[in-house]
Design a protein around this ligand. Structure first.
Ligand SMILES: NC(=O)c1ccc[n+]([C@@H]2O[C@H](COP(=O)([O-])OP(=O)(O)OC[C@H]3O[C@@H](n4cnc5c(N)ncnc54)[C@H](OP(=O)(O)O)[C@@H]3O)[C@@H](O)[C@H]2O)c1
Length: 348
């Protein structure tokens, strides 16, 4: 890359935004030119993120036009509904945008409007947007200027199932996905249900049969399968800061063997830089992916019940949000896909 990519972040004061600052600051091909915040405009980065003390960045409140004029690529790390007001400005200026929210994840605007309960103000741009899961849509991303960064749970569930579905090996049309997430998944300004006293020493399901990530999983899994796939998805909140573990159950067609299953996963993931297929008998843990862009996957086959049981683990702020967004940017700009995000996990 002859010149540095100029990056701006909207929602830079939140958890995903802060993680983007950390990663992009260390990215060899990027210059961070604008950190947008309404609440902390005028403050230095270290006033908001003690871990980033000593860096010279300051927050400012920008109009969409102003921040787009400064940046080659804009990351939107704000709630769903915000990216829609930036996308037309980005498109008119010929710049690139990666939305960490849901505004550009759906092919069908009606689905977005139903689940996010707001009209889509630039549905015409959805046709240009790519669902940003690199392991599935790398080729389209390389030509795209607008990407919807996948949700954290969908990343864990889609990666767990992609090899099986793309082989046409799933019997019927129903998948069961059970996930556990740390509390940072709710964002920095989460409400009382997520404070320490409410969460510590307890585990609870939430969003049962109505979590907004369900239609996103169904969209992408159906595309992989080539036919409609339905998902029963149950997330759980657990008392830790970062990480997601998903356990996914899929009934497999008669005649499939354990060896076949394993070979499909090896075929799909052996050359992926950020997916680690674990040896038989080893299982993913959030501790082994903490602070990284990795997704660890195990695959088992219950032959008596023809059931595949696939487990995955990732960091919700990493492969589930900020580092995946950087991976997308790398692909969009045609630079090394691992640049700035190849750090190994922090352990313990
Ligand atoms: N947390 C995760 O694990 C995770 C994973 C995947 C995807 N995501 C998605 O990433 C996005 C950010 O999530 P987060 O968890 O980082 O949230 P967060 O910690 O709550 O931060 C969101 C930031 O957005 C800014 N903001 C809020 N309303 C805004 C508006 N109307 N216009 C402009 N900025 C606004 C706020 O900054 P100011 O008030 O300072 O402007 C806030 O700091 C969300 O769409 C979320 O669904 C999060």
């Amino acid at each position: 890359m002859s010149r540095l990519i100029k990056a701006g972040i909207v929602g830079a004061s939140g958890y995903s935004g802060g993680e983007l600052v950390r990663l992009l600051h260390g990215h060899p091909d990027v210059e961070l030119v604008a950190l947008s915040s309404r609440t902390y405009a005028g403050k230095g980065i270290g006033d908001v993120f003690p871990s980033l003390r000593g860096l010279a960045y300051r927050f400012e409140e920008f109009t969409p036009e102003d921040i787009v004029s400064l940046a080659d690529v804009l990351f939107i790390a704000a709630p769903s509904g915000v990216a829609m007001s930036y996308a037309p400005v980005v498109a008119a200026a010929g710049k690139k945008m990666i939305d960490l929210g849901a505004d550009f994840r759906f092919n069908d605007p009606a689905l977005y409007e139903k689940w996010y309960k707001m009209p889509h103000s630039c549905a015409e741009l959805l046709a240009r947007a790519v669902y940003g899961l690199p392991e599935i849509h790398r080729t389209e991303l390389a030509k795209a200027d607008l990407a919807g960064n996948p949700g954290c749970y969908p990343t864990s569930v889609i990666l767990a199932l992609a090899p099986l579905l793309s082989q046409g090996a799933v019997a019927g049309d129903l998948i069961i996905a059970d996930s556990k997430s740390g509390v940072s998944g709710a964002g920095r300004s989460a409400d009382i249900a997520y404070n320490f006293c409410e969460v510590d020493e307890g585990v609870r399901p939430y969003g049962v049969l109505k979590h907004r990530h369900t239609p996103e999983m169904e969209q992408e899994l159906s595309l992989l399968a080539g036919s409609k796939v339905k998902v029963v998805f149950t997330p759980h909140l657990i008392p830790m800061v970062r990480g997601i573990v998903s356990t996914v159950y899929a009934k497999v067609k008669p005649g499939c063997t354990k060896e076949q299953l394993r070979s499909w996963y090896e075929g799909k993931y052996s050359r992926e830089p950020f997916v680690r297929l674990l040896d038989e008998g080893s299982y993913p843990t959030t501790k082994a992916v903490y602070g990284s862009n990795l997704c660890d996957i195990s695959v088992d086959f219950d032959e008596a019940n023809s059931m595949a049981v696939v487990c995955s683990a990732l960091d919700n702020l990493g492969k589930g949000a900020a580092s995946q967004a950087v991976q997308i940017m790398n692909i969009m700009f045609g630079i090394d896909e691992t640049a700035g995000i190849a750090q190994l996990p922090v352990f313990p």
